[in-house]
Write a protein that binds this ligand. Structure first.
Ligand SMILES: Cc1cc2nc3c(=O)[nH]c(=O)nc-3n(C[C@H](O)[C@H](O)[C@H](O)COP(=O)(O)O)c2cc1C
Length: 398
């Protein structure tokens, strides 16, 4: 298993909203993720953009007219409906949503939506009053009740000058919605996967803390991979600079003790726990209620107490437990002893001293060790790919 977009047919319906400039980036992101993208532009969309804008990105013909003799649809008007693994309408105007809700088939996009058996996602984009209008709301509910996914819209500043609900979701979020739909029957469907991420922050006083260099990228990437295989993915996250990913519940915590409590609660009904967080081994014995003064002393000592070992204190039973070992020397040996001492099923060991792996990078070099003595060297991969390889092992053990 890997990115569910690889090799899949996505039909992208682009309609006449000013937000269609974002559909160009969206098409590009879908293509870069490995999808084959067929674009259908409505007449409205063609008032804003040219077909060549999309065909130069997708390297495939763009459908602009159901009756165009050059178009595949003039010979088989439901060709795209049949070929699609998913149809995404982004931006979706009030007009396009209304046509779909009422089963119209007067143009290439409406006809494709009516004929397809593939899942359909609408990304509404319109003025807030148009979206809030009971007519649009009724149409949206109708489409949702028939199984369509309505992705967004977000609140924000609209082209009309209003601030309200009607902004199309950003292209990266829409790509994630497509992944979720394509992956929903994957091998982790119905499973709850809890992933911890980021570096905990242990306070000393109201302004100072002890933390570490973990960016949270590895944990977030594992949770995204789990989501894309159909899992109910939950991240228990120490503070990071990363936005909450689409379709994943994120529980925000700061300290190791908060992380332990949140992970323990989430694991009550979890199938697997993957501890990718860098949890502080120690915390300050006392947290000052006021900012500590520099004073005249040349040294200062902070007494530290040990934090609990989260993974060792959780679960057992049927839950698969995966740990990480960020090591700077004797990587495999140190990971092996951690695997045993913490009662893990799998440990992912990474060498944090190389530039392309470990903290803050988008790639990682990981060796997977499992409880049965298996050792798999993964080589240099994106963190998302590393997430999939870890999940391959989790699936085997579940
Ligand atoms: C400058 C401009 C911007 C528009 N933006 C939107 C929009 O964001 N959402 C929407 O529903 N309609 C918008 N419209 C109106 C649609 O273009 C119009 O309803 C059109 O008939 C939609 O056709 P289509 O859905 O077939 O593309 C806009 C019109 C203009 C002139």
């Amino acid at each position: 298993m890997t990115d569910p977009l690889v090799g899949r047919h996505v039909t992208l319906g682009v309609t006449g909203s000013i937000a269609c400039y974002k559909a160009v980036d969206l098409a590009s992101k879908l293509v870069q993720a490995g999808a084959m993208v067929d674009v259908i532009m409505t007449d409205g969309a063609q008032e804003f953009l040219w077909p060549i804008t999309f065909s130069s990105i997708t390297h495939r013909p763009v459908v602009t007219n159901l009756f165009d003799p050059q178009s595949e649809l003039s010979m088989d008007h439901v060709a795209l409906a049949k070929r699609s693994d998913v149809v995404l309408v982004a931006p979706a105007t009030a007009d396009a949503i209304a046509k779909a809700a009422w089963g119209m088939a007067g143009d290439a996009l409406s006809a494709t939506l009516l004929a397809t058996e593939a899942p359909v996602i609408f990304a509404p984009a319109m003025d807030a009053n148009m979206y809030d209008n009971p007519a649009t709301q009724e149409n949206v509910s109708k489409l949702r009740s028939r199984g369509a996914v309505i992705a967004g819209p977000a609140e924000g500043r609209l082209a009309s000058g209003l601030v309200g609900r009607g902004r199309m979701l950003e292209p990266s979020a829409l790509v994630d919605h497509v992944r979720i739909v394509l992956g929903r029957d994957g091998d982790l469907s119905g499973k709850k996967i809890v992933v911890s991420a980021g570096g905990t922050q242990e306070p000393i006083d109201p302004v100072r803390m002890i933390t570490n260099r973990s960016s949270g990228k590895m944990g977030f990437a594992i949770a995204e991979a789990a989501r894309d295989r159909g899992a109910n993915a939950v991240i228990v996250s120490a503070p990071t600079a990363l936005p909450d990913p689409t379709g994943i519940t994120v529980v925000h915590v700061e300290t190791a003790l908060e992380m332990r409590d949140a992970v323990t609660a989430q694991c009550e009904d979890a199938d697997a726990l993957i501890m990718a967080a860098a949890v502080a081994d120690w915390r300050s014995a006392e947290v000052a209620s006021q900012k500590l003064k520099k004073g005249s002393a040349e040294t200062m000592t902070i007494e530290m107490v040990k934090n609990p070992d989260i993974v060792a204190g959780i679960g057992g039973g049927r839950m698969v437990k995966v740990g990480f070992a960020a090591e700077s020397e004797d990587v495999v040996e140190n990971a092996q002893s951690k695997l045993l001492s913490k009662g893990l099923d799998i440990i992912a060991a990474n060498d944090i001293t190389s530039a392309d792996s470990g903290f803050a990078t988008d790639t990682n070099r990981v060796v997977l060790l499992d409880r049965d003595g298996g050792v798999t060297e993964l080589g240099l991969l994106s963190k998302y790919e590393v997430g999939h390889r870890i999940l391959d092992k989790v699936v085997q053990m579940l």
